[in-house]
Design a protein around this ligand. Sequence first.
Ligand SMILES: *[C@@H]1O[C@H](CO)[C@@H](O)[C@H](O)[C@H]1NC(C)=O
Ligand SMILES: *[C@@H]1O[C@H](CO)[C@@H](O)[C@H](O)[C@H]1NC(C)=O
Ligand SMILES: *[C@@H]1O[C@H](CO)[C@@H](O)[C@H](O)[C@H]1NC(C)=O
Ligand SMILES: *[C@@H]1O[C@H](CO)[C@@H](O)[C@H](O)[C@H]1NC(C)=O
Ligand SMILES: *[C@@H]1O[C@H](CO)[C@@H](O)[C@H](O)[C@H]1NC(C)=O
Ligand SMILES: *[C@@H]1O[C@H](CO)[C@@H](O)[C@H](O)[C@H]1NC(C)=O
Ligand SMILES: *[C@@H]1O[C@H](CO)[C@@H](O)[C@H](O)[C@H]1NC(C)=O
Ligand SMILES: *[C@@H]1O[C@H](CO)[C@@H](O)[C@H](O)[C@H]1NC(C)=O
Ligand SMILES: *[C@@H]1O[C@H](CO)[C@@H](O)[C@H](O)[C@H]1NC(C)=O
Length: 539
Amino acid sequence: MAMFEISSKKIFILLCIIGLFSLITFTLVAATLGTLNRRLNAMSPTGMATKPKLNSSLAETIRIDDLMTHLKQLQRIADESNGNRAINTRGFNETVNYIYNYLQNQVSGLQIKRQTFRLKNFALAKIPILLSLINGIEKNYSYSTLLARSEFNYVNYSTAANFSEYIPVVRISNYGCQESDWRNASHFVALVKAGGKCTFAEKSVLARNNGVKALLFYSNGENSYSLAPFIVRLRQSNELPALSLSYAVGQVLVNATLSSKVAVKMFIELQNLPTFPVDNICADTLQGDARQTIVVGSHSDSVPVGPGINDNGAHCSGTAANLVLATNLARLYQTTNYSKYKYRVRFCWWAGEEIGLAGSTYHVQNSRNMTEVGERLQDYLLNLNFDMAGSPNFIFGIYDAKTAVDGTPSSALSGSQKITELYRDWFIRQSLPWDYRDFNGRSDYGPFLAAGIAAGGVATGSDAIKTAAQREKYRQSVGKSNAGFAGAILDPCYHQSCDTLANIHLYGYEKLVQAAAYGLEYLGQHPDLPRWLYPNGRM
Ligand SMILES: *[C@@H]1O[C@H](CO)[C@@H](O)[C@H](O)[C@H]1NC(C)=O
Ligand SMILES: *[C@@H]1O[C@H](CO)[C@@H](O)[C@H](O)[C@H]1NC(C)=O
Ligand SMILES: *[C@@H]1O[C@H](CO)[C@@H](O)[C@H](O)[C@H]1NC(C)=O
Ligand SMILES: *[C@@H]1O[C@H](CO)[C@@H](O)[C@H](O)[C@H]1NC(C)=O
Ligand SMILES: *[C@@H]1O[C@H](CO)[C@@H](O)[C@H](O)[C@H]1NC(C)=O
Ligand SMILES: *[C@@H]1O[C@H](CO)[C@@H](O)[C@H](O)[C@H]1NC(C)=O
Ligand SMILES: *[C@@H]1O[C@H](CO)[C@@H](O)[C@H](O)[C@H]1NC(C)=O
Ligand SMILES: *[C@@H]1O[C@H](CO)[C@@H](O)[C@H](O)[C@H]1NC(C)=O
Ligand SMILES: *[C@@H]1O[C@H](CO)[C@@H](O)[C@H](O)[C@H]1NC(C)=O
């Protein structure tokens, strides 16, 4: 799940404790998995004898052990690669190779492709400088790569800045999520608050469109961001210089704009590094009409700070889910009694999700340029996306097509709504709790949806907080031991180093992937998907 948002810094001691805990848990996982699964079945409200049918042969094949086998391999890869699987690291390369080799060697009946593309890369050439001028007094802020000692931080994918003259600062209203917040900001350096219902990347696009010179992100303490300057990533396509401020510096500048004129100088010097290749992997069923392709995607990279076991690791829980879906569908296709789909299914593992959906965006853009049948945008019927699937304090979250962002092509909405309802109805029939989830385009379905392709999916949640009412709803239908905690974040290790094998809820994960499988089978066996998804035609 892409953040482009903040990873709040953890207190060192807490990190050590969690690290130790994770280590112990990791070494115990192999030994205890069998026990856990027995407990899991005992705990399961849909326990063996009374278990209602999952209403899908593909869903019936989904087993937590198969999912965990892949996650253990991904954890091993992260452990051997400085603890993460972010792009341009050995951990990412090994992840892609693992997916590719597994599909190639262990699964028959799929055609596997690598799609290589290149990403920009650069480093700071010098220490960045930030100076302010308030009431004629100049102040030079300190910079350190140790964030706790720094007054500001370089924002990843900030452009260079060389402001030899002071540039006036304007404080942006609200969170800078709306066009109207930026109305008076042209030619200013914008002081913009962290948080709100949009990403930093979306703020930077609005800023650029409104003629802003540069961005200073601050926290006003109403969110969980720490006192140190926070970590922000923009997208590769960002066009503005940007820094994040410590809480104290943010307060000083915000205060000053209320009573006096504030101006800043910024110097950010970058050094271009060679671009580097990254690979999307896709695996196609051999059967089914290539001109009517169902794309099932998840992303393969983690954020640099952790192994990403839920974010693939939550985002690898989706990676593994997609591997099991592909494997199990290919195996069902080898049996004679499974009703094969009219449509081709293309399972994809997108690279670079965490830096702004780079892999899926490239794939969609590239498909616009393709002329080969089966590779063109028009050959894609729909996109199912499975990002975080094993969150410890899980919800069964369904992307709610009604919350698609303004400007989403209307041709994509009707089909997306049907996918939402399809999942919702399954959870209802299974007597399982469920929740809607924002369909804000911040995971890899975003580029498909924006291109007019119906999309949907299910996920167990990231940085939202479980309410007391939600917890009670889950307690009533899946039992106390699976209901989690009210007032706690759905994935407490979201984008952190503790996103390890211990950061997976076995029952929630298995059920969510079964739901995912049900949806795929329902769509695959639908007699007339194009008409069902696009009653008014496409585009
Ligand atoms: C199974 O799913 C179909 C739709 O695919 C639905 O019409 C039917 O009611 C479901 N049956 C059960 C027992 O859930
Ligand atoms: C990852 O693999 C690519 C080739 O696909 C290679 O060029 C690159 O150096 C590798 N990166 C690392 C960090 O191993
Ligand atoms: C920005 O992030 C990318 C991807 O994690 C990383 O390779 C790069 O070194 C970062 N750049 C800077 C200047 O921190
Ligand atoms: C501000 O501090 C930096 C070192 O952090 C130094 O290189 C720079 O010359 C200083 N600028 C001014 C105007 O004091
Ligand atoms: C910054 O601008 C000054 C002139 O204003 C110029 O002399 C200097 O070379 C520039 N530095 C960079 C890194 O472009
Ligand atoms: C823009 O400036 C005008 C006049 O100075 C002011 O009335 C308005 O509130 C400002 N708008 C924003 C969004 O700051
Ligand atoms: C901001 O201004 C208020 C009122 O003028 C003052 O009480 C507060 O100490 C100031 N905070 C900072 C960080 O300067
Ligand atoms: C297909 O048949 C095999 C045995 O021949 C059986 O194990 C399997 O459950 C059947 N699958 C479906 C989807 O009916
Ligand atoms: C698609 O084609 C356009 C125009 O030829 C080109 O600018 C763009 O880079 C291509 N995009 C991809 C992803 O191949």
